[in-house]
Design a protein around this ligand. Structure first.
Ligand code: CTP
Ligand code: MG
Length: 348
């Protein structure tokens, strides 16, 4: 089950990636995000007085940067499940109504016909001279649960967020981290990161959805799916034998990530699935074909790779191989750089 990759060879991978530390979401930016949330709720309530907004995604899941997009989920107080809400109409109305807040809201871009209708906008906090891109969607109820799942994985070990952050940065720089442009979303790459961290040797994180007492997981049903996972991290050490066993640096883990997906993971037959230790085959899911298959941890019918063409799948795999080659060949000119991270991301 666990893959040993001989990845602790390079001493220069030892230092922590300063870039992650510099860009990672901090208290000040978390407060700014909270301010945007409050102000945006105020203006949205002028159109829909019983509306609530909630942050999810990278501003809440531990993988966020200071400047990350704010993903917001809108719900109505008297309607818990979103039944009978015409999401397309709400997004269109909001797009019209918010036009009058020109001083704080710009770049309004409704996408009402999408599978998940969304309103994109930029919100300016004048007093702080900072602006944030926001995506408002409706009744994205499972997203708040997967946000909590990801945050819990980040809380187990600080390297989880740093590796996830590095991986996202890598694919963003390659220009293949945007599901609306035919590649994979940040969320999909984050799931790939967690899958690797569950399977490297020794593993860095457990499979939280499998750590139940007894022979069946408890149930916490949302939208018909079970969103239960082990959350009592104070008890993790007693529940999980590999606790604290992996001491690799983030640099080595990143190298391990590229080696794992370049050399070991059989994209043709298996699904990236973070909810169970047993291999999940494409046959079992009926997700056959050359596409990359990534299962959502709660919405089990959803393949995050379903929108990508075989050509793009090849391109993504080729990028991972190039990443492995670049980081795996000990560079002679590394001395020029402050860290492996600078070396890797410079002139990629
Ligand atoms: N999400 C989801 N299903 C998807 C895509 C996204 O449930 N197919 C939810 C997840 O909760 C995810 C959030 O939407 O965390 C935001 O997705 P995305 O913007 O792709 O990821 P972030 O973690 O926010 O990364 P970034 O910092 O790049 O915005
Ligand atoms: Mg986001």
């Amino acid at each position: 089950f666990y893959y040993s990759l001989e990845i602790n060879r390079y001493p220069f991978f030892k230092e922590p990636p300063r870039y992650c530390i510099k860009c990672k979401l901090d208290d000040r930016y978390e407060k700014l995000h909270q301010t945007v949330l409050l102000k945006l709720t105020e203006v949205v309530r002028m159109s829909y007085p019983n509306a609530n907004l909630q942050l999810f995604g990278s501003s809440k899941n531990g993988f966020g940067a200071k400047k990350c997009d704010l993903d917001l989920c809108m719900t109505f107080e008297d309607n818990e499940t979103g039944k009978d809400v015409d999401q397309t109409a709400v997004i269109s109305t909001l797009a019209k109504d918010l036009r009058k807040f020109r001083k704080s809201i710009s770049n309004l871009q409704p996408i009402p016909q999408a599978k998940v209708p969304v309103l994109k906008l930029r919100f300016l906090l004048q007093e702080f001279n900072e602006s944030f891109d926001c995506d408002i969607s409706l009744y994205n109820l499972l997203a708040s649960h997967n946000t909590r799942l990801l945050r819990t994985y980040c809380q187990i070990d600080e390297r989880v967020a740093m590796l996830g952050f590095t991986v996202k940065q890598f694919f963003k720089q390659c220009g293949i981290c945007d599901a609306s442009k035919g590649s994979l979303s940040s969320y999909a790459y984050t799931l790939m990161t967690l899958y690797y961290l569950q399977r490297c040797s020794p593993p860095v994180i457990p499979i939280l959805q499998e750590l139940y007492d007894g022979d069946r997981p408890p149930e916490r049903i949302v939208d018909g799916y079970n969103t239960w996972f082990f959350e009592d991290l104070d008890r993790l050490q007693e529940k999980w034998i590999h606790f604290g066993a992996n001491t690799l640096s983030v640099g080595n883990l990143f190298y391990g990530f590229t080696k794992f997906y370049a050399e070991i993971f059989p994209f043709d037959t298996l699904v990236v699935c973070i909810r169970r230790s047993r291999d999940l085959t494409k046959m079992e899911k009926k997700w056959t074909g050359r596409r990359i298959a990534i299962e959502d941890p709660f919405l089990l019918s959803h393949n995050l790779g379903q929108g990508i063409e075989p050509e793009m799948a090849r391109y993504i795999k080729a990028s991972i191989v190039l990443g492995r080659n670049r980081i795996g060949n000990q560079p002679e000119n590394l001395k020029k750089y402050n860290s492996w991270y600078d070396y890797f991301f410079d002139s990629q």
